[in-house]
Write a new protein. Structure first.
Length: 201
């Protein structure tokens, strides 16, 4: 399996005085099903950058969880880490996949302003677009109805919220739904991830 860098959420545990990096175990299983070995990146920007630059990564996965600080989030170390990893991956022209918050990080990088959305937390809804039609899970409180010139819209929800994007020139793909939370994993998600990272089925 080819290693792929993957970001982690920050869980704050006040009773223990801890800030924990955390990754849903389902991500490891999902990526393994795609022929990829998940390598979690610590939420320490310099250390994450060193690890990422030293590994022969197939690419970068930006995961969900934690709002961006500018939208009320409480994990600035994660913002800094993911922003740095995104820059490094783009510099090396590596494939980047953003999921939920990960898509928001990418949108923010390209100057897209997010706004609160309703009806998108802990539910399922339809999406429709360029080959990405179907019913998906949804766990996000922020979204956008438009995107930047560099990013193409691949799918929207019925209310107009953008649910998937792809960069017009760089290998950047992002979606708001969580492929790791589907049981069993959706074959369409697996095929999309394999194709994006150049893994043969």
């Amino acid at each position: 399996m080819r290693p792929v860098a993957i970001s982690q959420r920050v869980d704050i545990v006040p009773r223990r005085g801890e800030r924990r990096d955390a990754l849903d175990q389902r991500w490891v299983r999902l990526l393994a099903a795609c022929g990829l070995l998940a390598v979690p990146m610590p939420n320490e920007p310099d250390l994450a950058a060193e690890l990422f630059q030293d590994m022969e990564a197939a690419g970068l996965v930006l995961t969900g969880g934690n709002d961006l600080v500018r939208y009320g989030g409480d994990a600035p170390e994660r913002d800094r880490t993911e922003q740095l990893l995104l820059r490094l991956a783009r510099k090396r022209a590596l494939p980047i996949l953003g999921v939920c918050r990960g898509m928001q990080v990418i949108q923010d990088c390209f100057g897209v302003t997010l706004k609160p959305v309703s009806g998108h937390v802990a539910t399922r809804h339809a999406v429709d677009g360029a080959g990405l039609s179907g019913v998906v899970n949804s766990y996000h409180g922020y979204g956008a109805s438009e995107t930047s010139a560099e990013l193409g819209i691949l799918a929207r929800a019925a209310d107009g919220v953008v649910e998937a994007i792809g960069h017009r020139a760089e290998p950047i793909l992002a979606q708001m739904w969580h492929p790791e939370r589907e049981t069993p994993f959706d074959p369409a998600d697996l095929a999309r991830i394999r194709g994006h990272f150049g893994i043969a089925p």
